[in-house]
Design a protein around this ligand. Structure first.
Ligand code: SGN
Ligand code: CA
Length: 524
C-alpha cells in the first residue's frame, strides 16, 4: 500500500470557530470551575468480538494497546447491546434509547437526525465535538463541529470519506486513516479551555476482514482452537436452524476468504464470487501484488488439497480467523497511536477513554460468523473505560449501550434528558455502590435480510435468558447461563422450569412495556 500524506488529515477544521453556548461549570458559577472538564474519547470498532481482545480472552490474540485501557481503567464483564446490528446499535448509543424509541430498528433505515443525542447536548454545553470513521446512519451527522465519515459500510483500502458533504478518496488503510483524522482534529483544537468529545469509529474488523497488507504475514502458522460447539446441530432451536451465517455453508470461498484464483477454477455462490473477483481486480497494483504473494500460495495449496466436509469447514474457519485477527491487530496498533498521542500531549489525565464495539461477533461458536442473535457472542460486547482517578479492575453490573449517552452527559455536568432510557455508568466508574438494574431488554428486528435471523426480543438476567422469536416463527427459548453458557440446550417447556419461566415472562413484559410500550404499533 502506498504511503499516504499524513498531514492532509482534514477537509475543514472548524473546531475553534464557534463559542461555547453553555458550559455548565463555567456558565452557572461566577467563579472558575474547580476541576477542568473531562474530555471524552469514544473509540468504537465494528464487529469486534470480546473473544479477540486479550483483556477478555487470550486464546486467539494479544492486544496490548487495548489492554492498556483496561489495565489503567476498568473492564466491564457484563456489557451488552440492545440490538445486535450496526446502525441500530449506533442509534442506541447516540440517543440513549432502545431501537423502537429512537426509531432506527434496522440497517435499511435513515436515522432521524433531528432528535436529541449526546453529541448535540455536549456541543451545546461548550464541548468541541467530532466524529471520524464509520457512521452508517444514512442521514448526516448532527451535533458535531467536524465530521468526516466513511460512505455506508466503508472500504478497507483507499476508502472514500464524506467530509461534511464533500466526498473524496484517501490513500491508505482505513484503520490508519481514521486514526490520522482523529489525531489531525485533536491537533487542530485551540487551547481555549474547552473540553472535546471525539467519536473515533473504526470500520474494522467488519466483513470481509481485509488486513493491512503489512500485516498479512501475521498468524500464518497459527492454528486457532475450534470452539467446542462448532458442529452445533441446533436441536430445539428453530431460528438457529434457519440462519444463513454458517462458516461451513455460507462463508464464501472467493468473497470472504479471498480465493479469487487467476485460473478461474474456484467457484462459489455466483453473486458473492462475482463480488469477490471484482474486489480483487479493483485493488491497486501494489495491493494486488501483496495479495498474490500472500493468498497465491494459499490458493494453490487449497486446490491441491481438494478438501470436503469437516476438513473444508475447519480450513475455512482457520482462514477466516487469521484474516480477522490481522485486522484486529491493526486496530490495536492504531489505538496505541491515539493513546500515545494523549500521553504526549498531557491529555491522558483529563480524558475519559472508552473502547467498545457496535456488537459482538461469532468466532465459529455454533459454527457461525456474523451477529444479530440474542445469544451471548453477539449480544455481548467488549467495553473498557479509563477514567482518570476512577476505579480500576472489573465492573460486573449488567450494562448496555443505551447507558453511554447518560454517562457522557453526567460526566460533563449536563442534565440527562428524562426521555433517555439508559443509566449513567459514572457511579460505577467512580467505584460507588449504587442500586443497579437486575435485567436487560433486547430487541432485534431486521428480517427478511442477509443471514436470515428472525426478529426476536428477550430478557437477560445474570443467570437466565428468555427469548421470543416472532415474525413468521413463534418460538420461545430459555437458557440457564450458569449451567449452559454456550446456550446449547433450550429449556423452554421442560419440566421444572415453570416457575422461572413465569417469572422471566413477567419481567420481559415489564421491560417491553417500559422500553417499547409507547412506541409499539397500535393494533386495532
Ligand atoms: C453487510 C455484510 C453482512 C452483515 C451486514 C450488517 N455483508 O451487509 O454480513 O451482516 O453488513 O453488518 S457484506 O457482504 O456487505 O460484508 S453491520 O455490522 O453493518 O450491521
Ligand atoms: Ca457491526
Amino acid at each position: 500500500m502506498k504511503k499516504r500524506d499524513p498531514l492532509r488529515t482534514a477537509c475543514r477544521l472548524t473546531a475553534a470557530a464557534t463559542l461555547p453556548l453553555f458550559l455548565p461549570q463555567i456558565a452557572a458559577g461566577k467563579e472558575k470551575p474547580k476541576e477542568q472538564p473531562m474530555n471524552i474519547l469514544f473509540i468504537m470498532c465494528d464487529d469486534h468480538s470480546y473473544q479477540t481482545l486479550s483483556a477478555y480472552d487470550t486464546r486467539y490474540i494479544r492486544t496490548p494497546n487495548l489492554d492498556r485501557i483496561a489495565r489503567d481503567g476498568v473492564r466491564f464483564t457484563n456489557s451488552f447491546v440492545a440490538n445486535s446490528l450496526s446502525g441500530p446499535s449506533r442509534a442506541c448509543m447516540l440517543t440513549g434509547k432502545h431501537s423502537l424509541a429512537n426509531g432506527f430498528t434496522d440497517n435499511t433505515q435513515r436515522f432521524d437526525n433531528t432528535q436529541t443525542t449526546f453529541p448535540k447536548l455536549l456541543q451545546a454545553a461548550g464541548y468541541h465535538t467530532a466524529v471520524v470513521g464509520k457512521w452508517h446512519l444514512k442521514s448526516n451527522p448532527t451535533g458535531f463541529d467536524y465530521w468526516n465519515i466513511l460512505i455506508g459500510q466503508g472500504e478497507y483500502y483507499n476508502p472514500r470519506f464524506n467530509c461534511e458533504g464533500k466526498v473524496s478518496r484517501r490513500e491508505g488503510y482505513v484503520t490508519e486513516l481514521i486514526t490520522d483524522l482523529a489525531i489531525g482534529w485533536l491537533d487542530s483544537l485551540p487551547a481555549d479551555g474547552r473540553p472535546f468529545c471525539l467519536l473515533l469509529h473504526h470500520k474494522a474488523p467488519h466483513r470481509t476482514w481485509m488486513p493491512d497488507t503489512r500485516d498479512l504475514q501475521l498468524y500464518t502458522d497459527s492454528l486457532l482452537p475450534l470452539p467446542d460447539n462448532f458442529y452445533d446441530d441446533y436441536a430445539g432451536r428453530p431460528a438457529a436452524q434457519e440462519q444463513k451465517m454458517s462458516i461451513a455453508k455460507d462463508m464464501d470461498l472467493v468473497y470472504d476468504l479471498k480465493l479469487a484464483d487467476k485460473e478461474n477454477e474456484i467457484h462459489s455462490a455466483p453473486r458473492l464470487e462475482r463480488l469477490g473477483r471484482n474486489l480483487y481486480t479493483s485493488l491497486p497494483p501494489e495491493d494486488q501484488a501483496a495479495w498474490d504473494a500472500h493468498y497465491g500460495p494459499i490458493i494453490q495449496r487449497f486446490k491441491e488439497a481438494g478438501l470436503t466436509g469437516k476438513a473444508l469447514a475447519e480450513w475455512k474457519y482457520q482462514q477466516y480467523m487469521r484474516d480477522y485477527l490481522r485486522v484486529v491487530h491493526a486496530v490495536d496498533r492504531n489505538v496505541g497511536r491515539i493513546l500515545d498521542y494523549l500521553d504526549a500531549h498531557g491529555l491522558a489525565e483529563n480524558t475519559l477513554v472508552v473502547y467498545t464495539s457496535d456488537q459482538g461477533f461469532y468466532m465459529g461458536e455454533h459454527g457461525w460468523f456474523d451477529k444479530r442473535f440474542m445469544y451471548e457472542e453477539s449480544m455481548r460486547t467488549p467495553l473498557l473505560m479509563r477514567l482518570p482517578s476512577g476505579k480500576r479492575g472489573d465492573i460486573e453490573e449488567l450494562v448496555q449501550n443505551i447507558d453511554y449517552a447518560p454517562t457522557f452527559l453526567e460526566l460533563a455536568g449536563v442534565t440527562v434528558p428524562e426521555e433517555m432510557q439508559g443509566e449513567s455508568l459514572l457511579p460505577l466508574l467512580q467505584g460507588k455502590r449504587t442500586p443497579w438494574r437486575q435485567s436487560l431488554y433486547y430487541h432485534y428486528f431486521e428480517y427478511p435480510a442477509e443471514h436470515a435471523v428472525r426478529p426476536h426480543y428477550g430478557v437477560r438476567t445474570d443467570r437466565w435468558k428468555l427469548i421470543r422469536f416472532y415474525g413468521g416463527l413463534d418460538a420461545w427459548e430459555l437458557y440457564d447461563l450458569r449451567e449452559d453458557p454456550s446456550e446449547m440446550r433450550n429449556l423452554y417447556g421442560e419440566k421444572g422450569t415453570e416457575r422461572i419461566t413465569a417469572r422471566l415472562k413477567k419481567e420481559l413484559e415489564r421491560l417491553r412495556e417500559q422500553y417499547d410500550g409507547p412506541f409499539l404499533p397500535k393494533t386495532e
